[in-house]
Design a binder for this molecule. Structure first.
Ligand code: AMP
Length: 215
């Protein structure tokens, strides 16, 4: 399947994307994961992106489109892809549309994950992430804690709180979402690709997506 997951930070895009890849071999592409990996590895991209990310600002569209243009042409995208955290602005959505036309690829669906603000705030402040850039498994200190020694149950690396998950950065990221990303809901409604799912249960969301793409 080829789908886009839209939704505020903490809406559950990452968890839902991972569950969908287990199911049909489509790859999860998270621009946030790619950027965090680049920051950790100290690459040129990481150095360019770091400041924006820490402040809860968006990384410039041109940097993101360079990443995505290359990523969508990699072999593992042949079976499909689940875009998690991209596009995040109207210019990114327009550039993606042109890119997909050029690659002769069609999107199946754009899912808007609609989750109440209180749930999002609670999730983001209790969320923890595996520090290994190749893993980035998501934990929650209340509902899905890491191993007792604070390590990832999948790869054994330390599980940490992301630098952009302080209260100040979270508030900024939600504001940025409302200003820059929420308009994409209308953009994809006009493209007749949008499905809004109002749920806090990732199992329920995954079932609704599978049904909508006809599997
Ligand atoms: P995420 O893990 O998706 O919440 O992304 C973490 C941070 O990476 C965001 O707050 C942005 O600074 C940056 N980022 C991720 N994806 C994008 C994107 N598509 N456009 C611009 N910035 C992005």
């Amino acid at each position: 399947m080829r789908i886009i997951l839209l939704g505020a930070p903490g809406a559950g895009k990452g968890t839902v994307a991972k569950a969908l890849t287990d199911f049909d071999g489509s790859v999860q592409i998270s621009t946030g994961d790619i950027l965090r990996g680049a920051v950790k590895a100290g690459t040129k991209l990481g150095k360019q992106a770091h400041g924006y990310m820490e402040r809860g600002d968006l990384v410039p569209d041109t940097l993101i489109m360079d990443i995505m243009e290359a990523r969508l042409q990699e072999r593992d995208c042949k079976k499909g892809f689940i875009l998690d955290g991209f596009p995040r602005t109207i210019p990114q959505a327009e550039a993606l549309k042109k890119l997909l036309q050029r690659l002769k690829l069609k999107l199946d669906l754009v899912v808007n994950l609609d989750v109440p603000r209180e749930v999002i705030l609670d999730r983001l402040t209790t969320r923890r992430t595996c520090s290994n850039p190749d893993c980035q498994e998501i934990y929650n200190i209340k509902s899905k804690p890491p191993a007792e020694d604070g390590r990832c149950t999948k790869c054994g690396s330390p599980v940490v709180q992301r630098a952009d998950e302080t209260e100040e950065a979270i508030t900024k990221r939600l504001k940025t979402y409302n200003e820059k990303t929420a308009p994409l809901v209308d953009f994809y409604r006009k493209e007749r690709l949008l499905k809004t799912i109002t749920s806090t249960s990732s199992g329920e969301i995954v079932r609704a997506i599978k049904e909508a793409v006809g599997r």
